[in-house]
Design a protein around this ligand. Structure first.
Ligand SMILES: NC(=O)c1ccc[n+]([C@@H]2O[C@H](COP(=O)([O-])OP(=O)(O)OC[C@H]3O[C@@H](n4cnc5c(N)ncnc54)[C@H](O)[C@@H]3O)[C@@H](O)[C@H]2O)c1
Length: 444
């Protein structure tokens, strides 16, 4: 059989992937990109990481990890064996067989998608694109980004997607700080811009990830991720509203959830908290509602959940005022200790952390703020830099009130409880301390 040029490009790339000869480039070496680059290199691929931040490239090349989920030992091992290197020089993209893009997709102030990082990364790919390369977008984004934005940019010089080069979308589902699920054992969704692209992209992930799920298009793959994160945002919004309601009705919402989750089917527990944080849940649903609006569709659930979730820091501050009131104190002039400021347990990520909103709201009302977070040694706020204080030392400073914003595993709350400090616990971290013996503990 005489091979057509398309099948020969396709077969050649598949062969190179299966033999681990394919050179893999990962653009964007953050919480998503670095674990991915390390996983590919552990599976035997020669990997080059690309990042505009030269300090990250330098850190990787000297075997130093700056992402808690990537153990330094593993990083140093793959770098030492010559399987992984990093650079800020985008011209080296020309040498890659596969390019995986994992750059940020934030929102603008107007809550519209900011695709500027994706566009910049795709421009770099387009500048050196050659026949037979596979480009995969991993950044979370609205349905249509790959075929409406990325594909035309890559095809500008005349090469055709799924014919001359391959293009796919594969959403990243990593959950930083999760000890059970990681890049390798979280199933990977893959949708190509055509069958050849789906096949080569799936083959790539099958060599590094335990389970790969193929879908029929890039749009479906993009929408899958947004459904997952919208599902979380809406359910968190619902449970936050239930928490506000339960407080008015003098019912302990945490006890309600614990009992409800004993139902073995049809219920999945979500927990209230001080508000959404991180680079995903507060942002991704707005990518979807923005795109739906282009088709004349208003996403009511997303907007409502967004409104409830973003009101939670205000509610926490109200609870602080109530707690202080029991001791005839005002927020103005009180010393308030924030316990945990990262957006979630056991991570150092401060992006969109609700603790920042709480800090701002309390400061505006005249509180004197200190904080304790073993994961976040320093915190920049309004031109000042705050420094974390060890929790035991912070308790000795006798704050007027402590607000548990993030329940890191490392915290020992005993001293805080024993001293009778007023505590607003937004995470049910002091689950065992209930009843009339603990009049100083206020829950959401
Ligand atoms: N962090 C998470 O838990 C998570 C989970 C799933 C999906 N995602 C999605 O993955 C994407 C990346 O998120 P992240 O948390 O890894 O972001 P991050 O900020 O940790 O890392 C992104 C990296 O990209 C680099 N970068 C930006 N523009 C670049 C460019 N043009 N060329 C090269 N490098 C560039 C930045 O310097 C940074 O190091 C986002 O779309 C996010 O929504 C994140």
């Amino acid at each position: 059989m005489i091979e057509t040029p398309i099948t020969s490009l396709h077969t050649r790339l598949l062969d190179r992937i299966r033999s681990r000869e394919a050179r893999v480039g990962v653009i964007g070496l953050g919480y998503v990109g670095l674990p991915l680059a390390v996983e590919f290199s552990k599976q035997g691929f020669p990997v080059t990481g690309f990042d505009i931040d030269e300090t990250k490239a330098r850190s990787i090349n000297s075997g130093r990890s700056y992402i808690p989920d990537v153990p330094e030992r593993e990083l140093a091992d793959v770098v030492g064996r010559g399987k992984l290197c990093a650079t800020a020089d985008m011209s080296q993209l020309a040498d890659m067989d596969v390019i995986d893009i994992a750059v940020p997709t934030p929102l603008r102030k107007t809550k519209d998608p900011d695709l500027s990082y994706v566009v910049q990364a795709v421009e770099a790919c387009a500048a050196t694109l050659r026949r037979g390369q596979l480009v995969i977008l991993e950044s979370t984004t609205y349905p249509g980004t790959t075929d409406e934005v990325v594909q035309p940019m890559l095809e500008e010089k005349g090469l055709k997607a799924d014919v001359d080069f391959f293009l796919a979308f594969s959403p990243e589902r990593v959950d930083p700080g999760n000890p059970q699920f990681n890049t390798r054992n979280i199933p990977k969704i893959v949708g190509g811009c055509g069958p050849a692209s789906t096949e080569v992209a799936a083959a790539l992930y099958e060599s590094a990830v335990e389970h790969v799920v193929r879908v029929s298009s890039t749009r479906v793959a993009e929408m899958v991720k947004l459904l997952e994160n919208t599902f979380r945002a809406v359910n968190i919004g619902l449970v936050n509203e239930i928490a506000l309601m339960a407080h008015r009705m003098d019912i302990d919402v945490w006890e309600v959830i614990d009992a409800a989750k004993t139902k073995p089917f049809g219920f999945m527990p979500f927990y209230p908290g001080p508000g959404l944080g991180g680079h995903c849940i507060p942002i991704d649903p707005f990518y979807l509602s923005w795109k739906a609006r282009q088709s004349g569709f208003e996403c009511r659930f997303i907007e409502l959940a967004g409104a409830i979730n973003s009101s939670m820091p205000e509610y926490v501050v109200e609870r602080v005022a109530e707690a202080l009131n029991t001791e005839r104190k005002a927020i103005n002039g009180s010393s308030i200790l924030l316990v945990g400021v990262a957006y979630k347990k056991d991570v150092n990520d401060m992006r969109e952390s609700p603790a920042l909103d709480i800090l701002e709201l309390l400061t505006r009302r005249g509180a004197k703020i200190s904080y304790s977070d073993p994961w976040v040694p320093q915190l920049k706020y309004d031109k000042q830099t705050l420094t974390s204080i060890d929790l035991a030392a912070a308790v000795n400073l006798k704050p007027d009130c402590a607000v548990i914003c993030t329940d890191h595993s490392a915290f020992d709350y005993q001293a805080l409880v024993d001293r009778g400090t007023l505590i607003v616990d937004t995470r049910n971290a002091l689950k065992a301390c209930r009843g009339s013996r603990y009049p100083n503990i206020f829950r959401l």
